[in-house]
Design a binder for this molecule. Structure first.
Ligand code: SF4
Length: 381
């Protein structure tokens, strides 16, 4: 048996707090069979949608030691990023785009990783051992590990909730070869509350504690590479990157605080960006506008696809001139969404005239289907 060094855990936690982490807790490098079974069910029901890595890396995910055989303990860290204002009020301003709270500042992956690496250096200098750091890395099941470490519990919305920090938490982990004493896992404090389930615009929760990612607006607007399925377009409203609804209504948020880290605070330009201005971004201006932001991860075409859906939902006829150039956009992803927006905002006659011209030269099967279904009033297949 390796010898346990007294108080090493306290020293590690103090180190983490000094570096700005709001919670630092320890778990053994192990997950329960039940966690693995939940992952199996999620993948077998294909609720992961396009996120093929979830199925492909299932074995690494279910066992932390499948990722790194030498890991003995996992130091889980969390940073609070509570919004300065209610993130749901923008949903009533249809000419502006709603960007998820976590994506309005600098990319948290970069910020947390840098901080975790500092933490790792200090750990090695003080306590030795080998380690690896992870922030939102595909094979690490951060949420169940955070629950095992006692940071919070996985709420009915499947995200981590804490009695100290609410539902706004960035998570990261340090896998280490050190044998550390684990903290007590957190228990569920959701009680009878189901505000997060009730508010979901796309009914993405088949049951409490289960998410069908394929229906979730965060997935549809960020991860999903294809066309947004017609069934969810209206429910998306003006959400152009992610969705905060289920997190924002969590009553435990009364204990959340804003990000202390200046880099994680919302950039003014991303608080309520004009849909019209966003619709004009080309690849170069998109990269420049979202430099350092996680939004740039979708690439310009997926993002403008989302902007077109939001414009279609605006009910504002003044967006006609923002839609028209996108009907001829080089990306079919954008053209499909622009045709849908035109169908929502243009008169039947104008839509029909535009479709006749477009169909003379349109080669893409999906775009053609969007035009023809728009004329007939059916749903594209
Ligand atoms: Fe539903 Fe939005 Fe939560 Fe996704 S993020 S589950 S769409 S409320």
């Amino acid at each position: 048996m390796p010898q346990h060094i007294p108080h090493i855990e306290d020293s590690i936690k103090q180190m983490g707090h000094e570096l700005g982490f709001d919670a630092v807790r320890i778990a053994r490098a192990h997950l329960s069979d039940e966690t693995g079974e939940r992952l199996d069910q999620f993948v077998e029901l294909e609720r992961h949608g396009d996120m093929g890595w979830m199925a492909a890396r299932r074995d690494e995910r279910r066992h932390p030691r499948g990722l790194w055989a030498d890991a003995r303990s996992i130091i889980m860290v969390a940073m609070n990023y509570g919004p300065d204002e209610d993130p749901l009020t923008i949903l009533n301003r249809p000419n502006e785009g709603a960007i998820s709270v976590y994506a309005k500042g600098r990319d948290y992956h970069d910020v947390l990783k840098k901080r975790l690496k500092q933490f790792a250096r200090r750990l090695i200098d003080t306590h030795g051992g080998a380690l690896k750091v992870f922030v939102d890395t595909a094979p690490v099941m951060e949420k169940p590990l955070a629950q095992r470490a006692g940071i919070g519990w996985q709420g009915k919305h499947t995200n981590v909730v804490s009695t100290d920090h609410g539902s706004w938490l960035f998570l990261g982990s340090i896998f280490t070869t050190l044998d550390l004493v684990a903290d007590i896992p957190e228990t569920d404090h959701c009680g009878s509350c189901q505000a997060c389930l009730d508010i979901c615009p796309t009914k993405a929760f088949p049951a409490p504690y289960q998410l069908d990612a394929r229906k979730c607006i965060s997935y549809l607007t960020i991860e999903h590479k294809g066309h947004i399925p017609p069934a969810y377009r209206k429910a998306i409203g003006n959400r152009i990157y992610g969705c905060d609804d289920c997190l924002a209504v969590c009553p435990w948020n009364k204990f959340a605080h804003a990000a202390k880290e200046a880099k994680l605070k919302a950039r003014d330009a991303l608080n309520a960006p004009s849909l019209r201005e966003l619709s004009e971004l080309d690849d170069t201006s998109f990269r420049a506008f979202f430099s350092g932001s996680p939004v740039k991860r979708t690439g310009r075409d997926r993002f403008i696809r989302n902007v077109m859906i939001a414009i279609g939902n605006s009910g504002n006829g003044e967006f006609h001139d923002a839609i028209k150039p996108r009907l001829a956009d080089p990306s079919p992803l954008v053209r499909v969404a622009a045709v849908w927006a035109a169908k929502q905002l243009f008169s039947k006659e104008t839509f029909s005239v535009l479709s006749q011209t477009a169909l003379l030269s349109e080669k893409d099967a999906h775009v053609r289907a969007e035009w023809t279904s728009g004329i007939s009033g059916t749903t594209p297949g």
